[in-house]
Design a protein around this ligand. Sequence first.
Ligand code: NAI
Length: 417
Amino acid sequence: MADRYLRLTGTAPGRFLTRRIGLPQPTPLRRWSAGRPDLEGPVLRLTAGAEPPPAGGSPYGAVVLDATGVADVPGLAGVHRTLHPLMRSLATCGRIVVLSRPLDLDGPQQAAAQQALEGFVRSLAKEAGRGVTVQLVRVAPGADPESVLAFLLSPKSAYVSGQVIEVAPNEPAPPASSRTALVTGAARGIGEAVAATLARDGAHVVCLDVPQSADALAAVAARLGGTALPLDITAPDAGERLTAALPRGLDVLVHNAGITRDRRLANMAADRWETVLDVNLASVLRTTDHLLKSGTLNDHARIVATASIAGIAGNAGQTNYAASKAGVIGFVRALAAAPRTRDRGITVNAVAPGFIETKMTAAVPFLIREAGRRMNSLGQGGQPADVAETVAWLAAAGSGGLTGQVVRVCGQSLLGA
Ligand code: NAI
């Protein structure tokens, strides 16, 4: 679905006109493409409190601020001292990442100072503008944040902003020659983009969608050199059919299939409730359980489920959908902490997309659609590729330190902020 307003503000007359009448001016986001450099300028790494280099050189592509040593409230002044002079020296679509520590619940000074960083980052992300994103990474002692930084400092995270990501120590996964991924709902929209991105990153992708979409699904699978699996994920024998289709086991499981059946609760028939809960939530629990119990999920597998900001903020007319997507978050948190995944190096995370330009959102009435697009810090909707890149990062072999996380891909939507 085309964002005509973004196209208009991308032209000189459009920019002039919209500025004159005080309308928002979203910056076209710099997204990943093969052969393009990751950032528009150098990465500056500084410790909070350090004097930044004098202004005047070429703009920085990114600033990484190490605030892990900020242990009390006076120490926060160092964050201001280091970042304040740099705010006008960042390139368009630049990146700011603040490294922090998990809260020490026995140390009120440290906990106050480290939690303060969260409010700081979320506010800076709202005011930065020009497509700049700002994130907080909580690095547990002994953890390596480099794989997180590689994603956050790249155009692959163009529509991720204002996020708090926790990274834990982990054993690196043994190198695998070829990984097998399963993506549900892969015939179109976000699922198709996820399948394409995982294939780009070297996985053999099994693309699953309902039998009614078999033609579109076959075309996607053929284009990606993958395998098409027409199957309704709510079928009673879905687990067995998956195991049969995955003789070499499964390394990446992406629960993406999802539906909406919107009505206010007063007008919602029971079948609308049940169908949405079954597709979006119950089938996720059933199939994951089967794939774990049957041993189909390999050691160090990555499970990524799809929530939604509706599951965080709530949304009128979507009690069924929001319940299902909030349920996904609960499921991810519980399974990530369970010995049956932890002991095998299997990670479990969720992405929570905001307004993404797909057929699902194209069907939303115009005014609500425009509000959804603009009510975020980047002033525009995301692309399926934005969600796909986030899924691919969580699914990467090097992302073993990330589990139990919910990463919003929403341009820092005001909903549920
Ligand atoms: P979409 O409607 O374009 O694609 C969903 C796909 O899932 C379709 O190909 C559909 O056939 C498939 N599917 C539905 N029921 C299925 C079943 N029982 N078995 C197998 N496949 C089934 O949706 P879109 O926009 O690509 O969304 C993908 C996911 O992202 C969904 O879980 C959705 O809830 C979530 N999401 C999307 C947002 C957006 O703005 N588009 C925002 C937040 C979350």
